[in-house]
Structures are given as C-alpha cells and as structure tokens.
Design a protein around this ligand. Sequence first.
Ligand SMILES: [Zn+2]
Length: 229
Amino acid sequence: MADFKTHVTVAAILSAPMAASAFILGYANMNDAILYALAGTLGGLLPDIDADDSAAIRLIFRLFGALVAGLAIAFSMDKLLHWQVLALAIMSYLVVRFPIQWAFEQFTVHRGTLHSVLANIMFAALAVPTAYHLFALEAKTAWGIGGFIFLGATIHLVLDELYSIELSGMRIKRSFGTAMKLTDWGEPLASVLLVLGCAVGYWFSPSADAWLDAFAWWPESARLAEWIK
Ligand SMILES: [Zn+2]
C-alpha cells in the first residue's frame, strides 16, 4: 500500500488542477477553488484514519482538535471570561486528542469498513453539512467540498490498489482487492452505521440546486434534479 507521503502528494497533484479547472470554467471563485484543492488533499488521507499510529490519524485528529477548540472559542467568547475561554479551548483540544482518539483507535480495524467507497460517500455526506452549518459557507461551496473530499478519498483507494500490483513482474500481491471495496461485508453493523452516517449527513445538507443549475445544459442533470425533488 502507498504510504502517507505518497497519498498526500498524489491527492494534491490531482485535486489542485481539478480545482483550478473549476475556477477557470467558472464553476468556482478563487476562494472556493482553494478550499476544493485542500478538501481533495484532506480526502486523500481519510481512508487511512483507521490505521492506529499512522501519520494520517495524528494529522486528522490534530485538525479535528483545532476545529473543536475553535468552535469552543466561538461559542463561549461572549459568555465566559478570557482565561476561561482559553482554558475551555485547551481542554476541548486535549479531550479530542487523547480520550476520543484513543477510543477511535480501539474500535477501528485498519483497512476495515472505513477503507471503502461507502465510507468515502459518508465522509463527503458529513463534510457538506459541516461546511454549510459550522463554517457558514454557501450551499454550492459546501457541496463542492463534499465532492472533492469524495474524489480525494477515492483516489486514495485506487492508489492503494495500484500499489498491490507489482509492475515489474505484473504479479498481484495478496492485498489486491482489499483496498477498493464498496464496504466491508464482514462487518455488517459497521456498514449499517456508514449508511446511517450518509443518511444523517444528507438530511442536514442544504439543497444542491446551485450545482444542478450549473449543469442544467446537461439533459441528465435536469432529470436528476426532477428525480431528487
Ligand atoms: Zn489506505
């Protein structure tokens, strides 16, 4: 399988020109395009967050800790004294980094259910409402971020799969077929939780009309818009 550095590099190299194209073709402004490139790169790390002690899990939990600390500051700013706000922010970060990260590591198996296409859909489905509600981004930007998260995470699975083919002798390693899977059928409960995660994410997501309108020249997209309504 590909290592952390390869995943970051490949996800960034593929996401950046696609985000730039979205900007050039008029589907995104400059800020959106930068967010999309970052979302694609972050997506490229997500499937490995179940690998205990990997660089991916540390980075993701540091980002997540910073996000929770930032939210704690935003919500307590005008309710608490300054030192209390600071203490609350540090506490929230530490809670995410240690007990929550530890619990996550205990309950996940590497290359389990989180290393699958279904999990990628869930990452995207949760990213859309997070971007929209927590970061107050526009609905169109939020859906674009979800799309790039999915794209980056799927590039990750393809890359792991490619690494299981030894190009020299065209031999296929035993790990072939374990990276790119719809879900892990051996973990039915976890798969059901992923489907639930997708449904919850979609439920809290804003309407995707902005994108459907942007692609209205494409006849299938008009039919899709009708179907969703
Ligand atoms: Zn992987």
